[in-house]
Ligand binder design. Structure first.
Ligand SMILES: Cc1cc2nc3c(=O)[nH]c(=O)nc-3n(C[C@H](O)[C@H](O)[C@H](O)COP(=O)(O)OP(=O)(O)OC[C@H]3O[C@@H](n4cnc5c(N)ncnc54)[C@H](O)[C@@H]3O)c2cc1C
Length: 393
């Protein structure tokens, strides 16, 4: 509970205020306006000249995939939000497109807009929060809202028509999908994972608990199954062919297979390779800056910030915002350092009929009842405090 409580306290505090009235506002480019980049841009837009570069004209969150498949309308309210609804982005320029290259010495980026135009843009500070691809729900496609909606509806229809569903992968996404689909009824849901227990990276107590929950909710669990991923396939679509296993079991045929195998591919190809680790994630120091380039930050799933690369959920955006504000204000204050707990934490199953259960790094968990979680957590905390206020349309 401490992580969430301290986050609320921190977000409500106004310690970030700096006076830029007498100075020219520095140009801050935020590359990627996903879960992390959007939070950073909203907090800097008034004091800096923020240019946000986004592959879509809306925040399309990769969070809570289970809810997205079973309660899409509720999910959309919090996790698919056009940027024009963010009051705190009014002062920012949001470019629909992608960052194509960065010249770190010249402090310049090349931006490819969705309409095909190219633009070169100088920056004083650059924040890279371009995330990573790991399935059909999280990618770097440049697309408009109509395409996002068409894909959402198509995937949900394909899953809705299935009577047997295979979910491959025992991480947080696979768990969330399998459990929510099983609870929704309408299909037999089989969860395949390669270890003896699901949820690697979570506290052992959480891993035992989730097994009991999945079984109680009707998920048929198949441990010790390592799927053979078809050559060249990245898990970016549903499949319908039988799945084979390198662990020796017989093939499994489902109407639909959802791949959540965590084959994460960082969106970092626009950076020179010395800035990246062996897997392509961006190397950062304790202050979330690229070594040798103190004006460039990387945060979220693309940043090699800790072994679990968990700076998105562990409030890495606060570190970046605080450090940028300290630096821009020319204060001699020590910069904030980022640290992450040993184990993952967060909501695994999303909002359920009895509320929202959050598992903690120490293996404990707490549940916020639905009657309070929906208005207080989603409407007040996420929409007002985290997003900084949303217009109704
Ligand atoms: C407050 C908070 C709470 C969280 N709670 C949980 C939780 O309870 N449970 C849980 O499992 N996880 C949680 N998470 C974490 C979440 O699962 C992911 O880690 C998070 O979605 C990753 O965010 P990101 O900004 O790094 O990437 P994304 O949200 O994927 O955003 C990256 C964006 O950059 C775009 N992009 C890619 N390439 C380019 C380019 N070249 N130019 C411009 N844009 C580009 C992408 O298309 C995408 O829109 C939480 C995250 C946050 C912020």
């Amino acid at each position: 509970m401490r992580s969430l409580r301290s986050a609320i306290r921190f977000s409500l505090a106004s310690e970030y205020s700096i006076d830029m009235s007498s100075k020219t506002k520095p140009i801050v480019i935020v590359a990627g306006l996903g879960d992390t980049g959007a939070l950073i841009a909203t907090r800097l837009a008034r004091t800096c000249q923020v240019i946000g570069i986004s592959t879509r004209p809306a925040l399309l969150s990769g969070q809570e995939l289970g809810n997205r498949l079973t309660e899409p309308d509720d999910w959309r309210k919090t996790y698919l939000v056009p940027y024009r609804r963010f009051r705190k982005l009014d002062a920012a320029e949001v470019i629909h497109g992608r960052i194509a290259s960065v010249d770190l010495d010249a402090k310049n980026v090349t931006i490819e807009s969705a309409d095909g135009a190219q633009r070169s843009q100088r920056y004083d500070y650059l924040v890279i929060a371009t995330g990573a691809s790991n399935g059909f729900w999280r990618n770097d496609h440049v697309e408009d809202l109509a395409k996002v909606e068409t894909d959402l509806i198509a995937v949900n229809a394909e899953i809705g028509a299935a009577s047997t569903i295979a979910v491959i992968g025992g991480g947080a996404t696979g768990i969330s999908v399998a459990d929510n689909l099983a609870k929704a009824g309408g299909a037999d849901v089989h969860l395949f994972h390669s270890g003896s227990k699901p949820l690697p990276g979570y506290h052992p107590k959480v891993r035992s608990w989730i097994g009991r929950v999945l079984t109680a909710d009707g998920v048929i669990i198949h441990p010790d199954h390592r799927a053979i991923v078809p050559e060249g396939f990245t898990g970016d679509r549903l499949t319908h062919e039988p799945v084979s296993w390198s662990t020796g079991q017989s093939e499994f045929a489902a109407d639909v297979t959802i791949w959540a195998v965590g084959g994460v591919r960082p969106h970092s190809g626009f950076l020179p390779s010395p800035m990246l680790d062996d897997e392509g994630f961006i190397l950062v120091d304790d202050n979330l800056r690229i070594p040798g380039h103190p004006e460039v930050y990387a945060v979220g799933d693309v940043a090699a910030s800790d072994p679990l690369r968990s700076s998105a959920r562990n409030w890495g955006y606060r570190v970046v915002v605080a450090n940028l504000k300290t630096t821009i204000a020319g204060k001699s204050k020590k910069l904030e350092t980022y640290s992450a707990p040993e184990y993952r934490w967060g909501s695994l199953l999303g909002m359920q009929s009895d509320g929202l259960t959050v598992v903690q790094p120490n293996g404990k968990r707490f549940r916020i009842p639905r009657w309070i979680a929906k208005p207080l957590l989603l409407n007040v905390f996420v929409e007002r405090v985290l997003y900084g206020g949303l217009r109704s349309r």
